[in-house]
Design a protein around this ligand. Structure first.
Ligand SMILES: [Zn+2]
Length: 295
C-alpha cells in the first residue's frame, strides 16, 4: 500500500515504520518532517517505487526503485534521512552516478550500499569536495553491485580525492558488471586498508583486479628528479591489503592479471580463482599463499 507523507506526520510515537511512499515529493516531505519535528522512527524502511528486489536487514534503510524522472539534474533531488544506514537502488535506469541526485545530503551513518540493475550507471560516487554526500561517506562498510551493464569504474578519481573516504570499507561484491576493465587503481587500493572480503564474478570485460604502478616507468619519471621520493614511490608497485581475508574471482573470461606487483596480504585465508581462462600468471603473494585455481 502506498502512503502519503501527511498520513504519517501525526504518528510521533512511531517506533518502526516500513512503507512505500506515494511519489518522490511525498518521500521528500516525509523525510523532512522526520528531521524537522525530530520524530524519526527508531527503525524504518522507506521505499519509493514498487517491486523491491532486495532483502534489507532490520534498521534504517531506504530503497529507490525505477526513479527515472530524477535523472541528469532534472526533477526533484532526493532527500535522505540524516541517519540512514542502508541504501538500495534498482532500475534507476538513467542515473549516471549515485550522488547525482543525493549530492546535497549528508550520509555520515551510511554503512551499506546495494545497487542492482541500473542500466546507465557509469560509476558510484564522485568524491568531490563540493559533494556533501561523498564528503560524508566515512563509515561505508559494504558495497554490493550487480547487473550494472555500463559501469566503467567504481569511483571517480579526481585530483582532490577526499582523504578520509573508504577507509572503513570491509566487504565488496561485484557481479555481472560487463563494462568494467580494471577494478581498483593504486589510489583507491591505498584507502582500502580495512578491506576483508572481495568477491568478483561474471564481469565479461574485466582484465585486471588491482592495477599497480609500473616500476620501470616510475623509475624513468623519477630520474633527474628528487631521488628522495624514490623509496616512498616504489611502494606503489606493491599492493598492501593487511586485513584481506577472502578473495574470490569467478567466471571472468577476459581476466589476464590479478595484480602485476606483489600482493602483501598477511590475513589471507581464502583465495580462489574459478574459470578465468585467460589468466597469464598467478599473482605473487607475500607471504606465499596456496591459491585455489579451477580452470
Ligand atoms: Zn558525490
Amino acid at each position: 500500500m502506498k502512503v502519503k507523507a501527511e498520513d504519517l506526520q501525526g504518528l510521533k510515537q512511531l517506533e518502526t515504520f516500513a512503507g512505500i511512499l506515494y511519489n518522490s515529493e511525498n518521500f521528500n516531505n516525509y523525510v523532512r518532517a522526520m528531521q524537522e519535528i525530530n520524530h524519526r522512527p527508531r527503525n524504518y524502511l522507506l521505499q519509493l517505487g514498487t517491486s523491491n528486489p532486495f532483502n534489507p536487514t532490520f534498521g534504517k534503510a531506504v530503497i529507490f526503485v525505477s526513479c527515472n524522472i530524477l535523472s541528469r539534474g532534472r526533477g526533484l533531488p532526493l532527500v535522505l534521512p540524516i541517519d540512514v544506514e542502508q541504501l538500495y537502488l534498482s532500475m534507476c535506469r538513467r542515473w549516471r552516478f549515485v550522488c547525482e541526485v543525493f549530492s546535497f545530503n549528508i550520509a555520515k551513518s551510511l554503512k551499506y550500499c546495494e545497487i542492482f540493475d541500473c542500466e546507465e550507471l557509469e560509476y558510484l560516487f564522485c568524491f568531490s569536495y563540493t559533494c556533501s554526500f561523498c564528503s560524508s561517506l566515512q563509515n561505508l562498510e559494504s558495497v554490493k553491485l550487480s547487473v550494472l551493464s555500463n559501469l566503467r569504474f567504481l569511483w571517480k578519481e579526481t585530483d582532490t580525492l577526499l582523504s578520509d573516504t573508504l577507509f572503513r570499507l570491509r566487504f565488496v561484491k561485484i557481479s555481472s558488471c560487463y563494462s568494467l576493465k580494471t577494478l581498483l587503481t593504486p589510489e583507491i587500493v591505498a584507502r582500502l586498508q580495512s578491506l576483508e572480503k572481495l568477491h568478483v564474478e561474471y564481469c565479461d570485460e574485466l582484465k585486471e583486479i588491482f592495477s599497480v604502478e609500473d616500476k620501470e616507468q616510475m623509475g624513468e619519471e623519477l630520474s633527474g628528479a628528487d631521488q628522495s621520493l624514490d623509496n616512498n614511490s616504489s611502494d606503489r608497485t606493491k599492493l598492501f591489503l593487511p586485513k584481506l581475508v577472502s578473495l574470490l574471482l569467478e567466471q571472468l573470461p577476459q581476466l589476464t592479471n590479478v595484480c602485476r606487483g606483489e600482493m602483501h596480504c598477511n590475513s589471507l585465508q581464502v583465495f580462489r580463482i574459478d574459470v578465468c581462462p585467460k589468466l597469464e600468471e598467478l599473482p605473487r603473494t607475500v607471504p606465499w599463499f596456496q591459491i585455489d585455481v579451477t580452470p
